[in-house]
Design a protein around this ligand. Structure first.
Ligand code: KG4
Ligand code: ZN
Length: 322
């Protein structure tokens, strides 16, 4: 719940990590059911610390896409009913815009234009927010998203889901130079599938004796060194791509947003590389998915474009980023 679009009064996240961990990734049907079961409790918890509860709410924002259709439908139906029931305006928001606006929430002095590196489980792109509601995508991934690569490499190494935090944890004790991995460079784009495949070959080339029956490296030292080498290559590609985009649009402010922005190595690399610019790296709870960023993006969208009609269609492949 936000006041004036920018002050976070409450933010409640119901994590589904434990639910999906057993499957090594998100199971769409389970995700939608868990949304349905948990949504009312989460909304109640978000309103509990707010004096007046629902009576103090002026508008409802909800994610319209991109994402899993079943989850988006649960959210938009709940929000539509709440808006109709309370006679409130409703606004459907792009999840990507939410991530871009997480930087605006994190830094009370930040105003567009700013360049955001948006790195999550489903997206890897450079987005310049030129003014509120007006964004341009300067680069995007050609194949896997950065977070997806972390998750897939973690699986190759026998680490738990989600892979990003697991890789970060073991990489801390590893040697990032032991396994030379490709630094993919493509003008105006990212690509992570080659890096992921290179890790697959490194693991294969360790030989059967070095692998468990599941095909993951036995030696924790090797796991740590591969994780550190992969993390270094991934961070290098992201920072280089962001630098190219910053040059292209003459950015004076850069932000790193999305779940992968929680990665310590990436946060440190961006802060070091762009020391001459203003750098915004939101706190961890604004990097990974949260409702506060959706409310912030919704506040601007409502102001600029007006409300949406309750019951509007979801868009699982929505590309809009403002
Ligand atoms: O933005 P997000 O919470 O959900 C999506 O919109 O996808 O991002 C989730 C992604 C996952 O792939 C997860 O492995 C990654 O963010 N992630 C990390 C870290 N924490 C989460 N990746 C690298 N290092 C981390 N510390
Ligand atoms: Zn996200």
């Amino acid at each position: 719940m936000l006041t004036d679009g920018r002050v976070v009064r409450s933010s409640v996240v119901s994590s589904q990590i434990a639910l999906h961990a057993a499957y090594g990734g998100v199971v769409p049907e389970l995700a939608a059911r868990a949304h349905l079961e948990g949504l009312a409790t989460v909304v109640d918890a978000a309103l509990a610390p707010v004096p007046g509860g629902w009576d103090s709410i002026d508008a409802v924002a909800v994610t319209r896409g991109p994402g899993l259709a079943g989850c988006l439908i649960v959210g938009t139906m709940y929000a539509s009913c709440a808006a109709l029931g309370r006679g409130l305006p409703l606004v459907g928001v792009s999840h990507l815009a939410g991530h871009v606006y997480s930087a605006w929430l994190a830094d009370p002095d930040l105003e567009p234009p700013y360049l955001a590196l948006l790195v999550s489980g489903g997206h890897t792109e450079c987005v310049v927010l030129r003014e509120h509601g007006v964004a341009e995508r300067l680069a995007a991934t050609r194949d896997d998203a950065a977070g997806e690569a972390f998750d897939k490499v973690a699986r190759l190494l026998g680490l738990e889901y989600p892979g990003g935090p697991a890789i970060q944890r073991v990489a801390a004790g590893g040697d990032p130079t032991r396994f030379p991995l490709p630094r993919t460079r493509i003008d105006g784009a990212f690509s992570f599938s080659g890096l992921k495949t290179a890790v697959r070959y490194v693991v294969r080339d360790l030989g059967a004796a070095a692998l468990t029956r599941a095909g993951t490296p036995r030696d924790p030292r090797v796991v740590a060194d591969i994780a550190a080498s992969f993390q270094a290559a991934a961070v290098d590609q992201l920072v280089t791509g962001l630098a190219a985009a910053a040059d292209r649009c003459g950015a004076t402010t850069v932000a790193v947003v999305g779940g992968v922005a929680a990665n310590r190595a990436l946060r440190e690399a961006v802060t070091a590389r762009f020391a001459g610019l203003r750098v915004v790296v939101p706190p961890l709870d604004l990097c990974t998915d949260n409702a506060a960023m959706i409310a912030a993006a919704g506040w601007h969208r409502l102001r600029i474009s007006g409300p949406d009609t309750p019951g509007f269609d979801v868009d699982p492949s929505l590309a809009e980023c403002a």
